[in-house]
Design a protein around this ligand. Structure first.
Ligand code: NAD
Length: 298
């Protein structure tokens, strides 16, 4: 099976370097027309450059079709304009990869609320802003593939990244409702949690690991998740050629007797409440409530 993006229009945010650039190059190589969005900011979100233009040049030199966009994902007007330009030039937008990101790493003690807001603004609200700009169009054309970018920090935690982790798990949560709202309109929504050697991680990885974790090793998962036959509501981890899925599970739990519905009762039954054997993955919040109701009846 060959996965082609012929006839598709894709927007990749933050595609002026790192992972976004690698996604954009491969989407274009496989036939997509690509909007390369990037503000060209430094790692901490400050400044601007022509990073997007350079990637467009690379794509065009390789025979592909692309358009540069220097808008910020935090600017609603710029995101609306970016989507309008893509529609005008190429008739619609089928794929959105929300990838733009910045870092303001500090322990929570040292983190200012400005550090918090900026990171949440770019990652979480920025992804919502870009998604909002394509959402109605995707519903109307009965086709859409959206990929959010989470992180192992969001899923599992990492010292010094409280702002980033909150935004990243927020994106997985965003996916979990959006996939339900998009299902009727053939809009599939997934989350990727990449690990890659980019400027974001250059001071963490030793040189050999930096090479092994080349962004190109994340591309296969990202492109599968925005392809025609993509699954939906998945969280996929990808790095150095290793791929896995991650899930928000629910343990079998325990219905406590009326007498036991006290903090002491929860403490007494904690082993059963938190026993992971037989845990399930609810498909929605309602699914979780149904399980509780069934437990009431049983
Ligand atoms: P990167 O710094 O190379 O790429 C991020 C890009 O986003 C930059 O080119 C930057 O200019 C752009 N950007 C920043 N603010 C923007 C804004 N407001 N509007 C538009 N573009 C903006 O880093 P990367 O490693 O390629 O990261 C890509 C994504 O993957 C990020 O969301 C990051 O959090 C996530 N991620 C990366 C890793 C990793 O190991 N590299 C791990 C987990 C998650």
């Amino acid at each position: 099976m060959t996965i082609s993006f012929e006839g598709r229009v894709a927007i990749v945010t933050g595609a002026g370097g790192g992972l976004g650039r690698a996604y954009a190059l491969e989407l274009a190589r496989r036939g997509a027309k690509v909007v390369v969005n990037d503000l060209g900011a430094a790692r901490d979100g400050t400044g601007q450059s022509d990073a997007a233009l350079k990637v467009v040049e690379e794509i065009e030199q390789a025979g592909g079709t692309a358009m540069a966009n220097g808008g910020s994902v935090t600017d609603e007007g710029q995101m609306i304009e970016m989507v309008a330009k893509a529609k005008e030039a190429w008739g619609g937008v089928h794929i959105l990869i929300n990838n733009a990101g910045i870092l303001r790493d500090k322990s929570f003690t040292k983190m200012t609320m400005d550090d918090w807001r900026l990171v949440v603004d770019v990652h979480l609200t920025g992804s919502a802003t870009a998604t909002k700009a394509v959402w109605d169009m995707m519903r109307e054309q009965n086709y859409g593939r959206i990929l959010m970018t989470a992180s192992s920090t969001g899923l599992y935690g990492n010292f010094g990244q409280a702002n980033y982790g909150a935004a990243k798990l927020g994106l997985a949560g965003f996916t979990k409702t959006l996939y339900l709202e998009g299902a009727k309109y053939n809009v599939k929504v997934n989350t990727i949690a990449p690990v890659a050697g980019t400027r974001m991680t250059e001071d963490i990885f030793p040189p050999e690991a930096f090479k092994a974790f080349a962004p190109e090793n994340v591309v296969p998962a990202a492109l599968f998740l925005v392809s025609e036959d993509a699954p939906t509501n998945q969280i996929v981890g990808a790095g150095a050629g290793f791929f896995h899925t991650a899930h928000v599970t629910m343990t079998k739990g325990k219905m406590l007797s009326t007498d036991d519905r006290t903090p002491e009762g929860v403490a007494a039954h904690w082993a059963e409440i938190s026993d992971r054997e037989g845990e399930t993955v609810p498909k929605s919040g309602a699914d979780q409530s149904m399980t509780i109701l069934q437990s009431l009846q049983g």
